[in-house]
Design a protein around this ligand. Structure first.
Ligand code: DAT
Ligand code: MG
Length: 140
């Protein structure tokens, strides 16, 4: 498996509790390199576009409201098999189902406020990275 990039967001529940460094420590310990990172306040339009695939789901309004409720840290991660590796390190969407040692097991508050996002495919990673980063702001 080749070196890949994936897209990560440290969500508002985690930035609010000053967990950016703690989350980054888990990411780096897993062998993933943080090659782009920016702290932003997502606009409603950015959040709606980012989660457009979930627009028909009953939790969509709540999700957009949460993602715009405070600062987030958007990141580009690089490493061997980075997409699947980061999904593994994040843990299951619902922290109640997440494995020990995963970011969501350690830090998530609930299925909605679950501390991190990670891309689910290499194709989506490229689309998501392009929404928030230009190549000039990434250094591998
Ligand atoms: P993941 O973030 O693990 O890729 P997803 O893509 O299915 O999960 O959903 C995106 C986000 O939407 C998820 O991180 C939190 C929220 N979400 C998903 N299912 C939910 C539910 N049943 N209730 C509330 N929020 C939910
Ligand atoms: Mg997802």
């Amino acid at each position: 498996m080749a070196v890949q990039r994936t897209f990560s967001i440290i969500k508002p529940d985690a930035t609010e509790r000053n967990l950016t460094g703690a989350v980054n420590a888990v990411i780096e310990k897993a062998g993933l390199r943080i090659i782009g990172q920016r702290r932003i306040k997502m606009t409603q339009e950015q959040a709606e576009r980012f989660y457009a695939v979930h627009s028909e789901r009953p939790f969509f309004g709540e999700l957009v409201e949460f993602m715009t409720s405070g600062p987030v840290v958007v990141q580009v991660l690089e490493g061997e098999n980075a997409v699947a590796k980061y999904r593994e390190v994040m843990g299951a969407t619902n922290p109640a189902d997440a494995d020990e040692g995963t970011i969501r097991k350690l830090y998530a508050k609930s299925i909605g406020e679950n501390s991190v996002h990670g891309s689910d495919s290499e194709e989506n990673a490229a689309i998501e990275i392009a929404q928030f980063f230009s190549e000039a702001d990434i250094a591998g």
